[in-house]
Design a protein around this ligand. Structure first.
Ligand SMILES: *Cc1c(COP(=O)(O)O)cnc(C)c1O
Length: 384
């Protein structure tokens, strides 16, 4: 079978779980199965069930995170939109979520060695309108979180963590999503676990959790508790804007199986393959791995490497000639038309972008597959 860059790892257990909802439960929308998924995610992370707000995508989680941060925020310069600091090297979802929540995403440079937010650059971009910072755990690397939270505390900002890559990761022994402010996960098809599509927000104050839980259901006040007990609110009040971002019972049924497979299957597989990549590539000239803290526990969602000295395009072409797919994570957002079209330069981000090549990584790959990719990469580098 052809090598794939990434793919969903789902099978009979997920199929049976979906069939059970259709044939036995009979309610496909947000209901008891969604509540059970939230409870199990909460238990996995070691937080209370009220803290976990499941939604239908990671982008929706980020949107609600920014929306919750905005309520009660003081914004200087009333005529201008509030601003959120975001590293430019991220999925366009981060930027679009900020925009959708009525804020302006302010593109910040990243560190060339890790691809994570450069806080020195970010601080230069703080204004009276800045309400939040959105750090991204790029390639599942949570090492910057302590510094980012200290930065936010010092400047009075909320933190909306884009932890889409980092479900299952631990920073200094603490699970990502077990501490912080507003932590957002994605459960889309290729993330560390999937619900088909899906995501969740983990909030650490009751007000934000309540606002997000209501806003995912059109901000109908208290509707979540009703739906979880199989009822509806027929005389509700609505005070805030809201969206249809809730997670269905069908998605939750898939997610519950995936969560049960995470520690036993997905984490060991992803870590073993990434470890093999690191072993094979660390000796090669013209390749550099992204830097991580050895005391962090990383469950890699993607495997980007740096190809040095301007050889990226040649290496990508050589791998393609051997039917090995590669990816780009990501085209920096400040280069996209909607977000400035490159009017502003972010030197480290652009230099890193010129080096980054993503190699295949998912739990369906074998050790031999990774050996094949590494051997092809080594041959390509000999020829450049
Ligand atoms: C996947 C991803 C998202 C968005 O999640 P979806 O579930 O696809 O909406 C946001 N940010 C990053 C960095 C991602 O990788």
């Amino acid at each position: 079978m052809a090598l794939r860059l990434s793919r969903s790892i789902v099978g009979e257990a997920e199929a049976r779980a979906v069939a059970r909802i259709i044939e036995e439960d009979g309610y496909l929308g947000m209901g008891a199965e969604t509540r059970r998924f939230e409870e199990e995610v909460a238990a996995y992370l070691g937080v209370a069930p009220w803290q976990v707000v499941s939604v239908n995508s990671g982008t929706a989680a980020l949107h609600l995170g920014v929306f919750a941060a905005l309520q009660g925020a003081e914004v200087g310069g009333a005529t201008d939109a509030p601003e959120v600091l975001v590293p430019s090297l991220t999925f366009v979802a981060s930027f679009q979520a900020v925009l959708a929540a009525g804020c302006v995403p302010v593109a910040c440079d990243v560190l060339r060695e890790t691809g994570t937010l450069d806080l020195v650059d970010a601080e230069r971009r703080v204004t009276a309108r800045t309400i939040a910072v959105m750090p991204v755990d790029y390639a599942s690397n949570p090492w910057h979180l302590d510094e980012t939270y200290a930065f936010a505390r010092r400047l009075g900002l909320r933190v909306v963590e884009d932890a889409a890559h980092a479900f299952g990761c631990r920073q200094h022994g603490r699970k990502v999503g077990s501490f912080g402010d507003l932590v957002c996960f994605s459960f889309d098809g290729i993330k560390n676990i999937t619900c088909g599509e899906g995501g969740c927000l983990v909030a650490f104050d009751e007000e934000s959790a309540r606002i997000a839980a209501d806003a995912r259901l059109l901000s109908v006040e208290g509707d979540t508790a009703k739906r979880f007990s199989g009822a509806r609110s027929w005389d509700p009040d609505v005070r805030l804007p809201g969206w249809r971002f809730h997670m269905s019972n069908i998605m939750a049924a898939v997610g519950r199986i995936q969560l049960a497979r995470l520690e036993s299957e997905f984490i060991p597989a992803r870590r073993e393959l990434a470890c093999l990549y690191a072993e094979r590539l660390s000796g090669l000239p013209k390749v550099a791995l992204l830097r991580t803290d050895p005391t962090d526990f990383i469950v890699p969602h993607i495997m980007p490497v740096r190809i040095l000295d301007g050889h990226k395009d040649a290496v990508v072409a050589a791998l393609q000639a051997e039917n090995i797919p590669t990816g780009v994570h990501y085209k920096p957002n400040h280069l996209l038309t909607l977000f400035g079209g490159g009017r502003e330069r972010l030197p480290a981000t652009e230099a890193l972008y010129d080096e980054l090549v993503t190699l295949p990584l998912h739990p369906g790959l074998s050790v031999e597959d990774v050996e094949t990719v590494c051997a092809a990469l080594a041959r390509a580098l000999e020829r450049v």
